[in-house]
Design a protein around this ligand. Structure first.
Ligand SMILES: [Zn+2]
Length: 121
């Protein structure tokens, strides 16, 4: 990958990681239900909140890991190369999904095989 492209995506991914860190800070209050006066809180609502929080947290962790992986690939020079067919991933696709590791063709093939598997199961 050319140096300019490299720098460009590095700044995009780095920015997303810092955005992300700000965002997870803003959702931290969800982990502290003790702040609410207990007698006024519907127990079921608290449970739902907690489940949502866990789910959200899981998704955030995945997203952050993807971003960090992308940054790592930028550093070691493998960013923008499809993990399956080793072809260059088009810049437009990287712009839309900076953490993608597959070209459109391989992504579709993978989704198709996933679907196939889930209908069989
Ligand atoms: Zn591919």
């Amino acid at each position: 990958m050319q140096y300019l492209k490299h720098e460009f995506f590095k700044s995009i991914v780095t920015e997303k990681i810092s955005e992300f860190n700000g965002y997870s800070k803003s959702t931290q209050y969800l982990s502290e239900p003790a702040d609410h006066p207990v007698e006024l809180v519907d127990q079921a609502a608290v449970e739902t909140d907690r489940r949502l929080f866990v789910e959200l947290r899981k998704r955030q962790d995945n997203r952050l890991r993807e971003l960090k992986d992308a940054l790592e690939r930028i550093e070691n020079g493998t960013y923008g190369t499809c993990m399956e067919c080793k072809e260059d991933i088009p810049v437009q696709r990287l712009m839309a999904r900076p953490t993608t590791i597959l070209c459109v063709g391989c992504q579709e093939a993978r989704e198709k095989s996933h679907n196939l598997r889930s209908t069989v199961m």
